[in-house]
Design a protein around this ligand. Structure first.
Ligand SMILES: Nc1nc2c(c(=O)[nH]1)N[C@H]1C(S)=C(S)[C@@H](COP(=O)(O)OP(=O)(O)OC[C@H]3O[C@@H](n4cnc5c(N)ncnc54)[C@H](O)[C@@H]3O)O[C@H]1N2
Ligand code: MOO
Length: 425
């Protein structure tokens, strides 16, 4: 007996599967354009500033080094004292160690000073001779080679000048930035507040790892994928809305909570064409304005991006690799912009294909790849894993990174230049 079939296509195609897919680059530009950077600032200590977004340009309050100092253990001398031919002998008048705060001025002519690495070089002394090139007997040092003026002296301000720009606003503070700030004595920095990102998985089939699985059910893997990716983003704070079955009313309720408390809402699943896909209807019930409805990319085609009032909305497709690629390539750049970061895009490296692959022309494809070798010039040769299936977990788990297969190509042939993004960047 046959059941009456429900019509599959809705007249208004509200899930957004109707219409042309927009090019990948256009989708990235639209997603970035709709994210407006947060403005609220807070002050944090250097110890808590790693990865936070610098809110104002920072200039150096002092020079580096702060004073002329010795780069070697040895003897400080005045090059004008090296008259006629050597060797030259000088009485050793003082011992200057690192941290010596005495003002050693008006010292006698034709003397040398015992000096150590990092110790201040007194005025009028203009070279340091390494102790390996000196012979000290009692209080007299003998030097055989005439030193060059300035030799082994690190001059005040030669590294960093007063007022020099150290870090620019919009930069995610790195360990190297914080090292520089500590070196000039800065204690705390103004950063932009963390953005609050709501995470939500939808799917009646989903169970949490640890729960028992019945036929037809699967474990929710997208949740940990996204929370782990965002755990590496110190400029973001996660609000976890858990898992919600594919029911419009329930989804609408969660969206209502998310828009009042989050700067962005990132959902997974329920954005495709079937009548069990309610995510779009749920956000539209709250007046969502969607700029991206369908992208000429694989995987990730059904990605939705827009705004629900002041909240950025990203509806990732449920297929794990589609969620991963759409998140990394389109949603993450928008979230980075929202957090106030100036650099939003992934960093691509050049590589070459180590495979042949027929692809859809006009579509940008992202495939899991492994480095199988190097060209003569050192570029990675990429092996494509699992033919780019949007639902393969193993391919992504085994991959070294992602290759971008450009839309203009209908076929990728061996040794074709490709863009490659290693995982971990
Ligand atoms: N008639 C059409 N069907 C589909 C189209 C289409 O254009 N027309 N697009 C396909 C593409 S491409 C993708 S990608 C998926 C996206 O679908 P949804 O975003 O609606 O996601 P679901 O249907 O809810 O799930 C898809 C797939 O992923 C699994 N899933 C969902 N959530 C999770 C999770 N948290 N962890 C692990 N796996 C998850 C789910 O069980 C499904 O197998 O639509 C195609 N269909
Ligand atoms: O976006 Mo889908 O993953 O291409 O199948």
């Amino acid at each position: 007996m046959f059941h009456a079939l429900k019509p599959v296509l809705k007249a208004d195609c509200s899930a957004g599967q109707s219409g042309e897919a927009i090019p990948f680059e256009t989708a990235v530009a639209k997603a970035i354009a709709l994210a407006k950077p947060v403005r609220y600032r807070e002050t944090v200590s250097l110890a808590g500033a790693l990865g936070r977004v610098c809110a104002a340009d920072i200039h150096s309050p002092i020079p580096l080094p702060p004073f002329d100092n010795s780069a070697m253990d040895g003897f400080a001398v005045r090059t004008a004292d090296f008259e006629r031919e050597g060797p030259w002998s000088f009485p050793v008048a003082e011992r200057v160690v690192a941290g010596d705060v005495r003002a050693l001025e008006n010292l006698d002519p034709r003397i040398a000073l015992r000096i150590f690495t990092g110790a201040p070089v007194p005025p009028s002394f203009d070279a340091v001779v390494m102790q390996e090139h000196c012979e000290q007997i009692g209080d007299v040092v003998t030097i055989c080679e005439r030193p060059r003026r300035g030799r082994h002296i690190r001059l005040a301000g030669e590294d960093v000048g007063v007022d020099m720009e150290l870090v620019r606003r919009g930069r995610g503070l790195s360990a190297r930035d914080l090292t520089l700030l500590a070196a000039v004595g800065i204690v705390d920095v103004q950063v932009l507040r963390k953005i609050r990102i709501g995470l939500l998985s939808t799917g009646t089939e989903l169970k949490n790892p640890g729960e028992s699985l019945e036929h037809g059910q699967i474990y929710n893997s997208n949740q940990i994928m996204l929370s782990s990716l965002l755990a590496g983003c110190p400029w973001a704070e996660i609000v976890d809305f858990g898992m919600v079955p594919d029911r419009l009313g329930l989804l609408t309720d969660v969206v209502a909570r998310a828009v009042t408390s989050c700067d962005a809402l990132v959902t997974r699943g329920g954005v495709s064409a079937g009548e069990e896909d309610h995510m779009v209807a749920a956000v539209q019930a709250h007046g969502a304005d969607l700029d991206v409805l369908k992208v000429a990319m694989r995987p990730g085609k059904p990605l939705k991006v827009g705004r629900i009032g002041n909240t950025v909305f990203a509806g990732l497709p449920g297929n794990p690799n589609a969620a991963l690629m759409a998140f990394r390539q389109i949603v993450l750049p928008a979230l980075r912009k929202l957090a106030g970061l100036t650099e939003t895009q992934p960093q691509w490296f050049s590589a070459v294909a180590g495979f042949n692959h027929k692809k859809g022309q006009g579509r940008t494809e992202f495939v899991a790849v492994r480095i199988s070798g190097r060209t003569e010039t050192g570029e990675p040769v990429l092996e494509m894993l699992e033919r780019g299936s949007p639902a393969s977990f193993m391919a992504i788990a085994l991959a070294d990174g992602i290759a971008l297969l450009p839309p203009e190509a209908a076929e990728i042939t061996n040794r074709m230049p490709l863009r490659y993004e290693p995982f971990g960047t």
